[in-house]
Design a protein around this ligand. Structure first.
Ligand code: CA
Ligand code: CA
Length: 77
């Protein structure tokens, strides 16, 4: 599913506001606010990171993000 991966990469770049190639909790919080404005709680953001952070460094890199959202969970844009 190349399209799903491309969409995930584009979304990752949109989330990664400082462009360092890693999503931090702060960036995820801002992205979540921008997307839905549902005001995710700290624990929800931590749970999201924990679910994606396969190497356990506390941030989400592109391949971790793609692995998470590339499973068909991503909406076609
Ligand atoms: Ca970043
Ligand atoms: Ca990680």
């Amino acid at each position: 599913m190349a399209n799903a991966r491309e969409a995930a990469e584009a979304e990752f770049k949109r989330f990664d506001t400082d462009g360092d190639g890693l999503l931090t909790a702060d960036e995820i919080r801002k992205a979540n606010d921008a997307l839905g404005g549902q005001g995710a709680s700290e624990s929800e953001i931590e749970a999201f990171i924990a679910s994606a952070d396969s190497d356990g460094d506390g941030t989400i890199k592109l391949e971790e993000f793609v692995a998470l959202v590339g499973h068909g969970r991503h909406e076609s844009a």
